[in-house]
Design a protein around this ligand. Structure first.
Ligand code: ZN
Length: 337
């Protein structure tokens, strides 16, 4: 009987020391396997008198069950450990690379933020336009020479007659005027399309920003004040604005808008071509023809409109030398912003 107690003691100490499933298997074989220590005892039973056989048999069965349970218990511990190794939530996670907004989106949001702080509303319009909104209502009938400049070989016409990819965001001026009563102040950021041969400063697909303010009374002086404050906040420095007379069919009078070069502070650099000024926008007072086209009385309402290249502003602000980078999808470019 002592021997059985010894076996139990040895078994327990071996189980305690076991470090792997493989070792557990060895222990199982040693005690419970075919030639194992318990099995040897079982074989001896038949030589014993019936009373002793009963008692020892009971003991052996009890021990066998106990051993099996102990081995199972230990196995469970090993499995739990293994699972823990796989799903250890305390391990530092793999770094997930985070993306960021495209430089044009950043520029667009900045511009929107500034203009909404002036009380302007952000409006959008369709990228597929009809000729009425893109040309006719903006005082560019089919015979008008100005329409040639924009349309002759430069507009993407669709197969559906009279439809095109808008060549400027000014089309949204008309859409908005047709459906809203003044007074109002809106800006329209959006993509425009022109069939250009691409180079460092020309793309077939770029962003513009249109602005329109219609009131009972407004003037180019109001426009200049708004735009000067805008550029100051956008470039985060003092910017001088210069207006030069120019011609656009949908404004009268029309002006080109130059700003003092934010890169060289008017000392002269390659961006401003040594002139100290950069041309950034076209603007003017809304032409009476446009008011009439949308059935508003030009004697009753006044408005100024402007359009500048959002893409161009981003290029100046971030000192980007080639417009084609924006659509290239080149991460070496994009990761810099
Ligand atoms: Zn400069």
């Amino acid at each position: 009987m002592e021997k059985i107690e010894e076996i139990k003691k040895n078994f327990l100490s071996e189980i305690k020391k076991a470090k792997s499933l493989k070792e557990l298997d060895l222990i199982f074989n040693e005690y419970l396997g075919k030639g194992g220590k318990i099995s040897v005892f079982f074989k001896k039973l038949k030589d014993l008198p019936i009373e002793k056989r009963k008692i020892l048999g009971k003991k052996l069965n009890f021990l066998k069950e106990f051993f099996e349970k102990e081995i199972e218990k230990k196995k469970k511990i090993f499995f739990q450990k293994k699972e823990k190794e796989i799903f250890d939530i305390t391990l530092p996670p793999k770094k997930i690379e985070r993306g960021h907004l495209h430089p044009l989106t950043q520029t667009k949001r900045k511009v929107e933020e500034i203009f909404t702080s002036f009380g302007f509303e952000v409006v959008e319009g369709p990228e597929i336009e009809d000729e009425w909104h893109n040309f006719d209502a903006l005082n560019m009938p089919p015979w008008h020479p100005a329409r040639d400049v924009l349309s002759l070989g430069k507009t993407f016409y669709l197969k559906e007659k009279g439809y095109l990819l808008r060549s400027h965001t000014s089309a949204v001026q008309i859409r908005y005027l047709e459906t809203h009563n003044p007074p109002f102040k809106i800006i329209v950021p959006g993509r425009v399309f022109r069939a250009e041969s691409t180079d460092a400063s020309h793309e077939i697909d770029f962003w513009q920003l249109e602005g329109l303010m219609v009131q009972k009374e407004t003037s180019l002086a109001n426009f200049k004040a708004v735009i000067e404050e805008f550029f100051k906040r956008f470039f985060e420095k003092q910017i001088k604005v210069r207006l030069r007379p120019s011609y656009f069919p949908f404004v009268e009078p029309g002006v080109e808008v130059d700003i003092s070069c934010p890169i060289c502070q008017m000392k002269g650099c390659s961006v401003c071509k040594q002139s100290g000024f950069i041309e950034v926008a076209g603007a003017g007072m809304v032409h009476p023809f446009v008011f009439k086209a949308v059935k508003l009385n030009p004697r009753e309402w006044q408005g100024f409109a402007f359009g500048f290249g959002l893409t161009r502003l981003a290029m100046i602000k971030y000192k980007i030398s080639d417009i084609r980078y924006f659509n290239s999808g080149d991460l070496r470019f994009l990761k810099q912003f």
